[in-house]
Design a protein around this ligand. Structure first.
Ligand SMILES: [Zn+2]
Length: 396
């Protein structure tokens, strides 16, 4: 039986640039360096460290990241003009593998109302900016801002011009989170079928979550031929945020049968990475957040607890260890079953007879009716009371 080789998908992390643009998420130079080192350990391919033209502090932070990491490419963002591009280059030129990332909008609404430029002028600007960026470095990425609301015939022209001028990555972002999976995939397929030269470079997806479709759209783009995904840890970013990288990475890993693609990241560091980003930005991780949330591997319903104790795969599609989570948690509450109670008693180092287990079980349910969760301390008290023959009084 032939084993199909999985396509390698590159991960472009923009937590330090797009993520940082979220309200209240700005990071100091030291914080950016800490996060960058963690992203390097995680194994991302590119770290977008910032937008150097924004401020002197931003330039210094991007420089500091460039100095701190060795095994990962460091990108800096620049609008399609010489000052931005030169400033970006100055900040990353000492990086082991610098990348200039330049962009301009290509949708009718952005060209008319924001840029006041004709499509022809935009095309010329793309050629000039990429040619200028290439005079500094070979690794140049071009983004057609608002690509998902651009006209496909124009995007084909834009991509052709970008490749001709020397871009090695062309990113087609869903800047405003408007795309649907079918439409976004179609865009990538069209570019690839109409432009044979697009096979020579890497097409990239960059999704936002305004309709909660970031992960679905990124996966659709991969099916349409994208070789790079851009996003942030925890999905931090402007408005509803960027796509959460950990979701796309684990979707590819867990559903490799479907996508035949993988990122090769050390996914065991995902939880740790999210905890660090949460710490430096002050953005909490919602308990029900996919992959990294506190409850992502927690079970309270008795039927689920019983299944997980017999075989974790009954209710878990990946192991907690595969994403660096501490382990599955059997939460004691009013939905808990006897199997979980018995397991809990055992993990406390106690052995109780069937009658005593039953008393503990009833006491836990009684307490859970009065309060949300039964803590470890509550549980200890119940077990001790049952052991000392005062089990009937533990209900309070
Ligand atoms: Zn973005």
């Amino acid at each position: 039986m032939a084993i199909e080789k999985k396509r390698h998908i590159r991960v472009f992390d923009t937590t330090l640039r797009d993520g940082e643009q979220a309200p209240g998420c700005s990071m100091t130079r030291t914080e950016k360096v800490r996060v960058a080192r963690q992203l390097e350990a995680l194994g991302v391919d590119v770290i977008e460290a910032g937008f150097p033209i924004a401020s002197t502090g931003e330039q210094e932070a991007v420089k500091a990241v460039s100095d701190a990491v060795e095994r990962v490419s460091v990108a800096a963002l620049a609008r399609a003009n010489e000052t931005d591009i030169r400033t970006a280059w100055e900040a990353i030129k000492d990086a082991a593998a610098p990348r200039i990332h330049t962009f301009i909008a290509t949708s009718p609404i952005h060209m008319t109302h924001k840029l006041s430029m004709t499509p022809k002028e935009v095309l010329q600007r793309i050629r000039d900016a990429i040619t200028y960026a290439r005079s500094f470095c070979e690794n140049v990425e071009f983004s057609a801002e608002d690509a998902s609301r651009s006209e496909i015939p124009f995007l084909v022209e834009v991509t052709a011009a970008a490749i001709e001028a020397g871009a090695v990555v062309v990113n087609l972002p869903d800047t405003v989170g408007y795309a649907t999976p079918q439409g976004y995939r179609h865009m990538f397929e069209e570019i690839r079928s109409q432009l044979p030269q697009a096979q020579r470079i890497c097409l990239s997806a960059h999704c936002h979550n305004d309709l909660g479709l970031g992960t679905a759209n990124s996966l659709a783009a991969i099916e349409g031929g994208a070789g790079q995904i851009e996003g942030t840890i925890m999905g931090i970013g402007e408005r509803a945020g960027n796509v959460a990288l950990e979701e796309v990475i684990m979707a590819l890993k867990v559903r490799g049968d479907q996508y035949q693609a993988d990122t090769g990241l050390d996914t065991r560091l995902l939880c740790e990475t999210a905890a660090l980003v949460s710490e430096v930005t002050g953005v909490g991780i919602p308990p029900n957040k996919a992959i990294i949330g506190h409850n992502a591997f927690a079970h309270e319903a008795g039927i689920h607890q019983d299944g997980v104790l017999k075989n974790a795969m009954t209710y878990e599609i990946m192991t907690p260890a595969s994403v660096g989570a501490l382990g599955n948690r059997l939460v004691l509450g009013k939905h808990s079953g006897r199997h979980a109670i018995r397991e809990h008693i055992r993990s406390c180092g106690e052995t109780l007879g069937d009658d005593e287990v039953e008393m503990v079980y009833r006491a836990v349910l009684g307490l859970a009716d009065l309060q949300k969760n039964v803590t470890q301390a509550d549980f200890r008290n119940i077990v001790n009371a049952v052991k000392s023959g005062k089990g009937e009084t533990v209900k309070r």
